[in-house]
Design a protein around this ligand. Structure first.
Ligand code: BT5
Length: 318
């Protein structure tokens, strides 16, 4: 999508009615070119009406996110400097991985309207119909593979902060990668990486956030959407933009070695520390009180037999 189209959408949003002449003089293009761009926008789902003496009027933006809308609102320096918007994809993480292997730059955003093979951890299914936010970022953090979890923590803090700022909701992070609202899962994060022994080659952070989408009945007991919680639709583009801004900020802090700040922010947003939990790992089931985070983001659980450091697992609150 060209910059001119992005500028036309911006003008249509700024003015109630705007004449072709006005657009032409502001953007230095011909009125025929404007007409052609307007036809393209209509094909993309923008509802635009035209009247002889008044010009153009934007009635409705598309239901699904468009690249030009993202570019208009985004305030980041590096994140989303390259955007791959796909109407449908198997998994944005898989698509991102293919791009990363070919040398796609850090911060590239891969976002889809719908995923047919969305994945959670351990190849679990992630339901991703239209109107949710399903996206991945390609990162190349200056970290050892052991510290990859700290990037997941930055992402979780960013999602939590963005939801808290744009709505009245109080999301809470559940270790290691869930975000809950009123005890129900609204977001999951999938971090995958390719690494040498002591350095990460690339890392893909996949974020799945239920916004205005529907969720199937079998998930309703444990999951929710933002729309369901606040009883009205949420502006997905603003939300995405806010997540990316905060994520970029936390990620910079992490790359600057300010790990304490990330952990403190994470703790302040989390419902895990201080809770009685059962953690299921590949090897065992541990019950106790989650007392802290370890150096690399592990969960430290105080059990009857002493403290246990858990690298990854699924927790339930008791
Ligand atoms: C996660 O895994 O929570 C990570 C989900 C990451 C999804 C994003 S979307 C963009 C990117 N591309 C991908 O292919 N993936 C990432 P885990 O902790 O393993 O949780 C998976 C479990 O969450 C499933 O087994 C279901 O119980 C539940 N679940 C599935 N879809 C859900 C949804 N839409 N909302 C809430 N819970 C869901």
């Amino acid at each position: 999508m060209t910059q001119t189209i992005i500028d036309i959408v911006e003008l249509l949003k700024k003015y109630d009615w705007i004449s072709g002449e006005n657009i032409a003089s502001q953007l230095h293009i011909s009125r025929t070119a404007i007409w052609k761009h307007i036809q393209q926008l209509k094909k993309k789902g923008y509802q635009i009406t035209a009247k002889p003496n008044k010009g153009y009027h934007l009635l409705k933006t598309p239901d699904t996110i468009t690249t030009e809308e993202i570019k208009q609102v985004i305030k980041t320096k590096h994140f989303a400097s390259s955007i791959h918007h796909l109407p449908i994809v198997s998994s944005t993480n898989d698509y991102a991985k293919t791009l990363a292997k070919k040398g796609e730059p850090e911060g590239s955003l891969i976002i889809a309207d719908k995923q047919t093979g969305g994945r959670g951890r351990k190849q679990r299914k992630w339901i991703s119909p239209e109107k949710g936010l399903w996206f991945s970022l390609i990162l190349r953090p200056k970290l050892t593979p052991n510290d990859a979890m700290l990037t997941t923590m930055c992402a979780a803090c960013a999602v939590t902060k963005a939801i808290s700022e744009l709505t009245t909701l109080k999301p809470r992070i559940k270790w290691p990668n869930d975000i809950l609202i009123n005890g129900k899962k609204v977001c999951g994060i999938l971090t995958e990486l390719s690494a040498e022994i002591d350095e990460i080659t690339y890392l893909i952070i996949g974020i799945g956030l239920n916004v205005n989408n529907k969720i199937p009945n079998e998930l309703k007991e444990k999951s929710t959407t933002l729309k369901q919680e606040i009883k009205k639709p949420v502006d997905s583009v603003l939300l995405l933009s806010s997540i990316l801004s905060s994520f970029e900020y936390f990620y910079q802090e992490l790359n600057n070695g300010n790990i304490l700040k990330i952990k403190d922010t994470w703790r302040s947003y989390s419902s895990t520390i201080g809770s009685k939990v059962t953690v299921s790992t590949e090897k065992e089931v541990v019950t106790g009180v989650a007392v802290n985070l370890g150096e690399h983001g592990e969960l430290i659980v105080k059990t009857n037999l002493g403290e246990k450091k858990i690298l990854t697992g699924d927790i339930s609150y008791l």
